[in-house]
Write a protein that binds this ligand. Structure first.
Ligand code: ATP
Ligand code: MG
Length: 214
């Protein structure tokens, strides 16, 4: 049975799909693992992104809460790691993912509004942990941080007060190279620019932290 890692946060645009696609790619191509991505997002952004890629990363679109609950275990039995790209806004689908995941990862943008909405994700995580005797493990990382912004420090101060979730050390910075990847059906590992290389290093550090939690 493969481990199940869900990227969740009902706040739109925080980087769930971008991180999930990069993680699935990194696992499959760089780490030679059998990775499968479950696209639970109604916009199907991650599955469309993967379908355009030259190197094939396997994915499956599963969207309703019932289908997520039913199908995630079967899909996890077919791979080493199942990466679930969670939807925006839909609490019930997010809850279904949390009832099946071994590890939930919450990307959070370091702005006041986003920090407040992260507490909704933390609430769902705590509910699942209470029902499932402590599972899933959970972690937060600061996503799309603009270099030199003070809010990053405030984000750390706030997030470190939540003992149910681990605060990951790696920060993924806002970079045009990352924004460019989905339109090109690529990842930062495919792009030659220096900013892309820097983002690739950040992702690699983040993903090693995530694997260490499993
Ligand atoms: N580190 C980054 N630097 C620059 N742009 C980024 C970064 N991360 C994500 N983006 C861009 O921000 C937008 C939102 O990212 P993404 O689609 O991954 O978020 P999401 O959490 O999946 O959103 P939704 O909740 O709508 O599914 C996309 O246009 C993406 O290219
Ligand atoms: Mg998405």
């Amino acid at each position: 049975m493969g481990k199940i890692i869900g990227f969740i946060n009902q706040k739109g645009g925080c980087g769930k799909s971008t991180t999930a696609v990069h993680f699935a790619y990194w696992l499959a191509i760089n780490k030679k693992k059998k990775a499968l991505l479950v696209d639970a997002d109604a916009q199907c952004s991650s599955s469309e992104w993967l379908s355009g890629m030259e190197l094939s990363i396997i994915y499956q679109v599963v969207q309703t809460p019932d289908d997520l609950l039913d199908q995630i275990p079967e899909l996890a039995s077919q791979c080493d790691l199942l990466v679930v790209d969670g939807p925006a806004s839909l609490a019930e689908a997010t809850r279904a993912i949390l009832f099946r995941a071994d590890l939930a990862i919450v990307p959070v943008q370091p702005t006041g509004v986003d920090l407040r909405s992260a507490s909704d994700a933390v609430r769902l995580i705590k509910q699942a942990q209470s029902v499932r005797s402590g599972s899933p493990k959970a972690a937060v990382f600061v996503s799309r941080a603009v270099k030199g912004t003070k809010l990053k420090d405030e984000a750390y101060a706030l997030l470190s007060k939540t003992p149910e979730v681990t605060l990951l050390k790696t920060v993924i910075h806002q970079r045009q190279a990352i924004a460019d990847t989905s339109g090109q059906s690529a990842t930062v590992w495919d792009l030659p620019s220096r900013p892309a290389k820097e983002s690739a290093q950040e992702y690699e550090r983040l993903f090693k932290e995530i694997l260490a939690l499993l």
